[in-house]
Design a protein around this ligand. Sequence first.
Ligand code: BTN
Length: 268
Amino acid sequence: MDQLTLQKLLSNLPLGAVRYFHTIESTNDLAIRWAEAGAPHLALVVADEQTAGRGRAGRRWFTPAGSALAFTMVLRQGVGELATYLPRLTALGALAVCDTLNAALPPVTPAQIKWPNDVVVNRRKLAGVLAEAHWRGEQLTALILGIGINVAQASVPPPEMVDFPSTCVEEVLEQAVDRWELLRVVLKKLLEWHQRLEEPEFIRAWERRLAFRGEWIQLIVENQPPLEGLLLGLEADGSLRLRLRSGETAAFQFGEVRLRPQKPTQAV
Ligand code: BTN
């Protein structure tokens, strides 16, 4: 891939601008610097390889050359209320990846969203989303939406790098995949859903794709004992609705929480 070929491939999409890199530390970091320097709304950074890709909660994200998709979009308009917008933005990336894969996957093993930001197939992760807010002083200047997709086998991280089982698009589709065509379709879906971010249907679509619904899960909040609950669905604002062991129903906001399915023996 190169800058001109990528620009041509994406020319029918209403993107602000496109920058392609063979190797970069992190497309999110580049997008933040570009946003500071005046990147337009819907500017896109794409890299073949990341040497310091970032995941949530300070984790590393593996993007070896020639096998994965790593890209970041800068959003500047219609940003609205940050507390509502940021969780939806994370879901937007995951929803776009799910819809793209579900057009090709059998309905019994769909791509689903492991709340809030992972895409899983057969309970294995193949994509992650990192949405970040960028401020200058007190002013929110841009939102950054970074998406990483494991496409070919070489992009599946070694087990010691991850705390959740991983897979890749080629493994679940059982066929070779054109990474750049995959990128084009994911971006198309993303831009379509972006128009609908404020609609109740956006949350319903997110909820329909929720992984582990009806299962007992653990929510892991930094520095606290794991919390167990039956995953019921989403609230209207995208927070996660659980039935706790006590029988109470509680909602959990997007933040530094991680979700784990419990072992099948503990499921009811
Ligand atoms: C996660 O699952 O923890 C989120 C992973 C997000 C990875 C993507 S790859 C493109 C963009 N650049 C980064 O450094 N991170 C995101």
